[in-house]
Design a protein around this ligand. Sequence first.
Ligand code: ZN
Ligand code: ZN
Length: 291
Amino acid sequence: MITSDIHMHSSFSSDSESPMESMIQGALAKGLKTICFTEHLDYEYPSDTEEPLFLVDIDAYTKKLTELREIYKKDIEILYGIEFGLLPHLAGRYDAVASAHDFDFIIGSSHLVSAPWYMKDIEFIKKNGHAPENMRHGDPYEDDFWEGRSVEDICELYFKTISNNIQAYKNFDTYAHIDYVIRYAPEKNKDYTYKKYASILDEALKAIINQNLALEINTAGYKYGLGQPNPQADILKRYRELGGEKITIGADAHKPEHIAYDFSKTHDLLTGLGFKYYTVFKKRQPIMLPL
Ligand SMILES: [Zn+2]
Ligand SMILES: [Zn+2]
């Protein structure tokens, strides 16, 4: 049984409107024993407006979590986490945040891909001869990110971000949704296989294992109708073959009803691949729990 969901967001993240307490109630309704909030911090996330995106107010977040943890302490264990949107040049800034707070768990994610062709601010480019610094990367989540490029090109670029990010920055605990890119491809995961990108993915998996990080299985892939979690089964299988042992599990819920999404399916997938444990982090230390 999987009784912990350690990747979720509340209204402290730009893409969620769910109050933290409603997420806790949702977790209780699912019978979970442990949850971890992992609000978004994505420095330099491109924004079309004056309003910056994905910069959690850590002080307000910490205060609310501390209050609610106390109120619900008899019912559920609430862990304190964060999700960093990694880019190699931001390593120092994330390291400062990681060191300044007493997080239980830090997720590292590739949300943005450096993509020189993806420059929205044409007026700025005309005037200055180059794109603004924070517009040189984009999120494959955006439809126009895929325009005029092949799916293979973008997937390759995306998968390369994993080992590049780890090379620059290591102060986190698990690498999240390592094939996130495929959720947003024009035809989603049609024709997508591990084999197609085996050498780049192996490099990513080896970097994760060598740095003693965990690999996340993110069940939102099921929610997106991919029929797979992120990453898909062949990547999980390869991770195990290469010696990877630590798997963290999260539904990446932004609404209460998505908490622990398809966890029983995920349980069967993992045990079918030979995994006997999953991992929860407390005070940044891995704890192995039986599946
Ligand atoms: Zn993410
Ligand atoms: Zn997330």
